[in-house]
Ligand binder design. Structure first.
Ligand code: FPP
Length: 268
């Protein structure tokens, strides 16, 4: 199977935006569950699919604000492993939207220095879409202002199970011993070992759950829930979330006193 993360794993290193390096109060990596498209549309007596179309504008706004603020990586949950269970017409519209957004946005992403990648099992997608994803990834691979990851047909448990399978194969083939296995080794077999774990995990749409998104990688993420539906979550709401993050003290198990004068990620 061709998982996009395999190509990610061979990349030596994703350069972190110089702007992002300036302040650790800016999250290096933001992950977002873009929820509420359907309800946004239904409240306007529109079909759910109109909400997804409107959601593309928010994607654009959040990407541009991320670049402005110096966020180095942004991972958006566009389609979960469970979303296949939605009505076929909605699944088809989402596939079309991904395809048209890829085609129309690649140039703009290039102008903004954004590198596009997908995470998830894309082998289940229509051939045309897989082709466009591969082209967009190739066209943007040398960009280094920001990494934009679209999680598509992704599930956190799928990611962990696949990492475990890879490690099991290494043990079976004698490349590793069971006692070698630790957290770092498991992390290295996940979908994007070259990126830092998300510092900030945002969910819009008023729900407060993780929905099988980045389960392993978000162990220490700061969580931020917004009641806004995704199409209403623009640059301003996103900037508010980033400002909220900047005020938080991340402790990673230490006491507040130990790091009271440190920055948001406790590293300086
Ligand atoms: C969740 O809202 C949203 C999705 C399943 C799809 C997200 C897709 C987009 C924003 C469109 C384009 C994205 C890219 C990356 C080009 P929901 O339908 O579950 O909303 P509801 O909870 O109100 O029903």
């Amino acid at each position: 199977m061709n998982f996009c993360s395999d190509s990610a794993a061979v990349d030596a290193e994703i350069p972190i935006s110089p702007v992002a390096q300036r302040s650790s109060r800016v999250p290096r990596h933001v992950a977002i569950i873009m929820d509420g498209n359907g309800r946004w549309a239904l409240r306007r007596s529109l079909p759910r699919t109109a909400g997804h179309r409107a959601g593309v504008k928010s994607v654009r706004a959040v990407v541009e604000e991320s670049i402005r603020q110096g966020v180095a990586a942004l991972t958006l949950f566009a389609f979960s492993s469970e979303n296949w269970r939605r009505p076929k017409s909605e699944v088809n519209l989402l596939m079309e939207l991904f395809l048209s957004a890829l085609r129309s946005e690649v140039k703009r992403l290039g102008e903004n220095g954004v590198r596009l990648r997908t995470v998830g099992d894309r082998t289940a997608f229509p051939e045309k879409l897989q082709q466009s994803i591969a082209e967009a990834e190739e066209a943007t691979r040398n960009n280094n202002a920001m990494v934009l990851q679209i999680a598509a047909n992704y599930g956190g448990r799928w990611d962990i199970a696949r990492a475990a399978r890879r490690l099991a194969a290494d043990v079976r083939d004698g490349r590793l011993k069971p006692e070698d296995l630790d957290e770092d080794l498991l992390s290295s077999r996940l979908s994007f070992p070259d990126l830092p774990d998300p510092d900030l995990f945002i969910r819009t749409g008023g729900e407060q759950r993780l929905s099988n998104f980045l389960l392993w990688q978000s162990a220490y993420s700061e969580l931020y829930f917004s009641d806004l539906m995704w199409p209403d979550f623009g640059a301003e709401a996103y900037a508010t979330a980033l400002a909220d993050y900047a005020r938080r003290q991340r402790r990673f198990g230490l006491t507040g006193e130990q790091i009271s004068t440190g920055p948001a990620d406790g590293t300086e």
